[in-house]
Ligand binder design. Sequence first.
Ligand SMILES: Nc1ncnc2c1ncn2[C@@H]1O[C@H](COP(=O)(O)OP(=O)(O)OP(=O)(O)O)[C@@H](O)[C@H]1O
Ligand SMILES: CC(C)(CO)[C@@H](O)C(=O)NCCC(=O)O
Length: 657
Amino acid sequence: MNWEGSFFLSESQRHDEDITIKTDNSPPEDNITQLLTNNNNNNNTLRLSSHKKNTNTDTCSSPLTSILFNIVFHPHQYIQSHYFDNNSTFTKTTNNTSTSITTTSSTATSNNNNNNNNNIDNNNINYNSNSSNSSSYSHYIYSSIKEGLLTNKYLTNINNNNHYNSNMSSSPLSTSSASIDDEIENTEGEGDHSHCIDNNNNNSNSHNSRSSSHHNENNHIVSSSPPKHANNNKDRPINLPNQSSPIKHFALDIGGTLAKLVVLMIVLIFIIENKLHLEDGKPKMVRVTGGGAYKYADLFEQKLGCTLVKEDEMHCLIRGTNFLLNNIHRESYTYSGQINQPNPKEFVDKVENPYPYLLVQIGSGVSVIRVDSETSFQRVDGTSLGGGTFWGLCSLLTGTTDFDEMLEMTKNGHSNNVDLVVGDIYGTDYSKVGLSSDTIASSFGKIIYQQEGQMQQEAKYSREDIAQSLLKMVSNNIGQIAYLNSQRYGLNKIYFGGFFIRDHPNTMQRISFAIDFWSKGKTKAMFLVHDGYLGALGAFLGPSEEKNNEAEPEHESWLKRTTRELQRLFTTSKPEVVITNQKQGDNNNNTPTTSTTTNTTNNNNTSSSRTSIRSSNHSDGLEFDDMPCSCGGEFCEGLVCKVVVPPLSTHPIQVLK
Ligand SMILES: Nc1ncnc2c1ncn2[C@@H]1O[C@H](COP(=O)(O)OP(=O)(O)OP(=O)(O)O)[C@@H](O)[C@H]1O
Ligand SMILES: CC(C)(CO)[C@@H](O)C(=O)NCCC(=O)O
């Protein structure tokens, strides 16, 4: 079997595609089972909504939905060739105006009762399927999710009759570069904003079709390319140029939050309906990482009948991070620790040799991983006070369950109303030991005074104060642990990943502040544009496990073939090929002699023999946003062609014990 695929990480989708699924009040595991068992039961209704505005405690939110869908199924070629190329027509009636997306095999009709109201029940789309292949609701859901249209405003009520209630508007594809929210706004209440899609099959060589769009006879925008992304560094897609066939490559990161279960549910429906788990009628493999890879292995195998390839979570995190750092221009950045800086982010154009570095992965819990080279790492520390702690405590103390709402609250709080600061104790600075009067002496330490009627001069605390104090508490603590570990191993690069960060200014500001504070300004916290997707990415990039397959010999791993394809691609588009012998990381000498591990891989080979391929049309320092790239890689914009080819080694990544 070929492991081929591409992925597409779009920051603009990240915040808007999060989905919540609620099925009765059953716990998620039961829902999954129920869903699979009662697949033909019309009463089995799933309700989807964004986690954002949903405060219902029976729901589970899904922060990773968009990326998992993108990574697992995204490839645009797939959507276009497999879905829209199958002759389907979607018609949406909005305020008595009918708009359509024309392909040819199925029909969806929208009966709009009250389009100005975002309540789901006021808008219906009856999705009438007349195609056995591509008319399933999951196709529609998937394409809508992928294009960011299934947000909180597009609450969906689905049952297995393929009757589909939604106020979903617009087409699944659009050439708009506006944010999803803008797009929603533009489409609401107006019937003629839907876009049409033509059937160009975007394979990896179809760079000429990139960003091209025109109006068809109905004056709808006809696009032969995926949506353009806002002129924002974060919105850049990442696309591997090895996508030539429908997806055979799945990767799921099923972590400690409920969210991943929701992803799992949707993914399962999608996989089953489209028989993506079968190849030539036989079960195929699905790559899964995170704790859920183990916890739900049986379920996957029983219900889908496919072989699960369990990828180790830490391996995946490191593989994903290394890939991003080595290949993606302006992936990492620092964030100012000062509040209200006008341009707090400073991007690093390219990390020439990131090793050694410390990765602090903040998910439900926190893992601290020392990465010595592309092939060696060690999980050196961890703390249970992580993203789950903030989420859980904040929920207990403020009554909201919505993560984004919590973060919103942190913006308007005054944590000094609940935190005891040095000034509260000393009345001034404690400068002798370097503590300014506004340094937090005790998180939540002021509450008890307030409750006992002391410190009456202080304002009473609000939910916002609590949320801000909690964020500071968790972030400071993680920052401190990160700093101590960086000192322990003599590392001056600390990268923070995980969905806890998710580009939230307050979170990054606090972590940066903590690192600044503890290192006395010597070390900077580094963040990653694709922070929440390291594990999923790593699983996707995992080596081919089909060692016994004759058609796919071991040395022909997916990574190697991708690399080869890249080389071929760049060679045919006549790039300037620059071979560089890269330097060792600049802080190798800092590695202390107290290190307890032995690196059994040949790091020298790994780092010195790298070949860097550059397309001549991109030089360092050039702005890449939204620029067409002549390398031929779709969406490249200078990202793909800046690829540093990893060594064609056969060693697996080694975990040092
Ligand atoms: N919309 C959201 N809903 C829920 N949690 C969110 C959301 N956005 C960010 N988070 C934070 O992300 C954390 C989960 O992060 P992530 O998905 O990286 O970890 P995980 O894989 O579930 O956990 P672990 O790695 O510990 O198994 C949550 O605990 C929460 O703090
Ligand atoms: C258990 C994992 C690795 C699951 O992702 C993560 O939640 C974690 O690192 N928790 C912290 C565990 C510790 O105290 O080291």
